[in-house]
Design a protein around this ligand. Structure first.
Ligand SMILES: [Zn+2]
Length: 78
């Protein structure tokens, strides 16, 4: 199972810092970065939702496949 570059066990959305983003890469090559606050309030996601629980629910908007090939949390790169 994919693990975060940031070594924390099963964080919630609330645990993520402002400068951290969720990265998702699909088998088709599509890669997206999502700021946690953009997801809160959507799809039943709340501050106490576990970040990794999202992995299995994420569906690629390009090819409609799921789950993604890679799922990780990283510092935002300017
Ligand atoms: Zn895809």
């Amino acid at each position: 199972m994919g693990r975060s570059f940031i070594d924390r066990t099963d964080p919630t959305f609330d645990d993520l810092g402002r400068r951290e983003v969720i990265n998702v890469r699909c088998n088709c090559g599509r890669e997206v970065q999502i700021a946690p606050y953009q997801l809160i309030g959507q799809h039943g996601i709340q501050k106490h939702t576990k970040v990794w629980s999202l992995r299995d629910r994420f569906r690629c908007t390009k090819c409609r496949r799921r789950p993604p090939a890679d799922f990780w949390v990283a510092k935002w790169q300017d």
